[in-house]
Design a binder for this molecule. Structure first.
Ligand code: MG
Length: 259
């Protein structure tokens, strides 16, 4: 009889575990929501992502020659090399839609009054010293605006991730990896030992390593996947229960996550 009760209790415990409601996949607008609307990484792309209710806007930060932080992905824009140009030179660049490259201060001044969260990617600078300078400047700019609760950080470099951990000990830091750099993939155990909140991997890595998502979740790590734009793959990663989908089509991903 006792054994019978034990079985019933064990079954109830198992049922309650499997019924734990996992949070739905969150939508991250890759470089803001710009597709067909405006230029990526601009104030308008941030505004658009916030307007449609994205969980977060991802954006890229680079250091200029005169050590200013600007929000831009490529190091060369209209012939100007960002890390070899001064801010005043960079400010002369105008995109087709009339917008310019925002400074990090300008970008965050706009974000301050929005509901959207922010995922800041620091692009590598020329030296560890400059990386440290950039992270210290980012800390100052974020703290001045009291935005720390809204921002998490990503980098393709574990040493930059460690810098973020040092200067933002209460924030979430995620390690980025591209499928073109398979040697740079780190295991969930390694991510945990560094102190990361999770991994932020290109879709192909997660498709080629189908156990990775569960392995991360089992260790309490989160998984962000980029850049997922096709409906078939978006649905695949929603079904797999990734925590974040980073996409150029946040409107489509939002529609599919609500189904
Ligand atoms: Mg980026």
């Amino acid at each position: 009889m006792k054994f019978k009760y034990f079985i019933i209790i064990a079954l109830l415990a198992l049922t309650s575990c499997t019924n734990v409601k996992k949070e739905p996949t969150k939508v991250v607008a890759h470089r803001g929501f710009w597709n067909d609307l405006c230029t990526e990484n601009t104030i308008s792309s941030l505004y658009n992502a916030n307007k449609i209710g994205c969980h977060a806007a991802e954006f890229d930060v680079r250091l200029t020659k005169d050590k200013q932080l600007v929000v831009v992905h490529d190091n060369v824009i209209q012939g100007h090399q960002i890390n070899a140009s001064t801010l005043s030179d960079i400010k002369k660049i105008t995109f087709e839609d009339g917008e310019s490259i925002p400074t990090l201060e300008e970008y965050l001044d706009q974000a301050k009054d929005m509901n959207i969260n922010l995922i800041l990617e620091l692009k590598e600078t020329s030296s560890f010293q400059n990386n440290t300078y950039a992270v210290q400047s980012i800390q100052k700019i974020i703290n001045e605006r009291e935005l720390i609760d809204k921002v998490s950080f990503i980098s393709f470099s574990t040493s930059t991730c460690k810098l973020f951990l040092k200067y933002f000990p209460t924030s979430k830091i995620y390690y980025l990896c591209s499928a073109s750099d398979p040697d740079k993939i780190i295991s969930p155990e390694m991510a945990l030992s560094i102190g990361l909140a999770g991994i932020d991997y290109q879709d192909k890595i997660l498709i080629d390593n189908p156990n990775l998502i569960k392995e991360c979740h089992d260790l309490g790590l989160e998984v962000n996947v980029w850049t997922v734009n096709e409906e078939e793959y978006i649905q695949h990663f929603i079904n797999e229960g990734v925590d974040f989908i980073t996409t150029d089509h946040p409107d489509l991903v939002m529609e599919l996550t609500k189904k």
